[in-house]
Design a protein around this ligand. Structure first.
Ligand SMILES: NC(=O)c1ccc[n+]([C@@H]2O[C@H](COP(=O)([O-])OP(=O)(O)OC[C@H]3O[C@@H](n4cnc5c(N)ncnc54)[C@H](O)[C@@H]3O)[C@@H](O)[C@H]2O)c1
Ligand SMILES: [Zn+2]
Length: 384
């Protein structure tokens, strides 16, 4: 048996209306001048109105500040902007509101608040990162699981590939999973972000790292997503479906502390180079990677099939994989995802650069079977 270490520490509040507990949480954490970090698209949503409501009434002495310039696939300049404002306004805590982009920028800007002169390209996770400003995470998409993760994905200055900034100190002090904040998420984004969560659960479960706690969480996450995602897409205000998706996305985020697989290595450059939404990129690539893996490790998807509700217990390994992959492929189509990378603007001339970056991405190192550079290229061509 290998040695491992397990950590599931985040204080998480779940359910409709839990955002109302934000004020007491800020006070308990000693935060009196929070900086809200979000993206401009959120400002017109009910989610933002509910946040403002939770920050303001009856608290006229509360100063809070807003940074709303986070871009989708956030950049170092975004995190530097948020850090500069926090320093200027002497903020004592960060509240991230939004999808993975806003949460990652909110999480990572605390590194630059502690070390304003640091370039993210020089980030050293072994340095002393104690004493970062406390962070509260409020997701408004149910997908990335960034709210419970120890890393933030940000493109460093001058780079065209995403950087992943990891440290246990980056974890949120408190997470609010309030489904009333996600009912306004349009069907397309609900599908894409939900399928990102599904990919996290599938890739973390099948990664060969020994982490049975994460394995159990991943399988239950899959079951929740298969039940809840179609309703969340078809009926936005369905609070139960929205709540179950938020919990499942956080479960995916916890599960992939174990690690991810080749689908994520394909998805990262698709966002960085071609601007494809992260969840959409995963959804298009996932069935191709599953077929690749099943051909080399028969039976790898049986328990995922069972989590999806398929009767594959007594099938042969190959039959269990085939039924599971067919189900997932069909599920992704039923969620309304485009069938190919070509449909989201990727061209054959991108493939060489995409494959080079995917090869440098660490996620495929924990794929259930080894992946070579030419395999990644082949997978891109299949998904095209
Ligand atoms: N840190 C991690 O562990 C991790 C994991 C996976 C992905 N990521 C990163 O997360 C990012 C993707 O995050 P995402 O998929 O959540 O999308 P996103 O944060 O980029 O948001 C996409 C769009 O949805 C809008 N939006 C968000 N919530 C809304 C709501 N309730 N109503 C209406 N519109 C809303 C935003 O304004 C934005 O325009 C990528 O940068 C990806 O690399 C991080
Ligand atoms: Zn992801």
């Amino acid at each position: 048996m290998e040695t491992s270490s397990f950590n599931f520490p985040t204080d998480t509040r779940v359910g409709p209306g839990v955002i109302a507990q934000l004020n007491e949480t800020l006070l308990a954490l000693g935060i009196h001048r929070p900086l809200v970090v979000t993206d401009a698209g959120l400002l017109a949503t009910d989610a933002y109105k509910k946040l403002v409501g939770a920050l303001l009434p009856g608290k006229p002495d509360r100063d809070w500040f807003l940074f709303s310039e986070v871009q989708p696939n956030p950049t170092e300049a975004n995190t530097r902007g948020a850090a500069g404002l926090a320093l200027d306004k002497r903020c004592d805590g960060i509240v991230g509101l939004g999808g993975g982009s806003a949460l990652d920028a909110a999480k990572v800007c605390r590194i630059l608040i502690k070390q304003p002169k640091l370039k993210l390209a020089d980030y050293d996770w072994e340095a002393d990162w104690s004493g970062l400003l406390p962070f509260i995470a409020i997701p408004t998409t149910a997908g990335t699981g960034s709210e419970v993760g120890r890393s933030g994905v940000v493109t460093p200055d001058g780079g065209d590939s995403k950087g992943m900034y990891f440290h246990p100190e980056l974890l949120a002090k408190c997470v609010f999973l309030d489904p009333e904040l996600t009912t306004g998420l349009p069907p397309g984004l609900t599908a894409a972000t939900g399928l990102d969560a599904l990919t996290h659960c599938i890739e973390s479960y099948t990664s060969p790292v020994f982490q049975p706690l994460c394995d159990g969480i991943a399988l239950e996450g899959i079951a929740l997503i298969i039940r809840a995602l179609p309703s969340a897409i078809a009926d936005g205000p369905d609070i139960d479906a929205r709540g179950h998706m938020l919990v499942a996305a956080a479960m995916g985020g916890v599960a992939f502390q174990k690690d991810l697989g080749a689908t994520h290595s394909l998805a990262h450059p698709l966002s960085a180079i071609c601007g494809v939404h992260h969840g959409t990129a995963n959804a298009i690539c996932l069935p191709h990677v599953m077929r690749f893996n099943a051909r080399r490790k028969s039976g790898v998807y049986r328990r995922i099939g069972i989590a999806c509700g398929l009767d594959v217990i007594s099938c042969s390994d190959a039959e269990a994989d085939e039924q599971t992959i067919h189900f997932i492929d069909d599920f992704i189509r039923r969620c309304g995802m485009p069938p190919s990378l070509e449909e989201v603007g990727v061209k054959e001339e991108h493939i060489e650069t995409l494959a080079n970056q995917a090869w440098l991405d660490p996620c495929h190192q924990t794929n259930p079977v080894p992946v070579k550079h030419e395999d990644l290229k082949e997978l891109f061509l299949k998904a095209l």
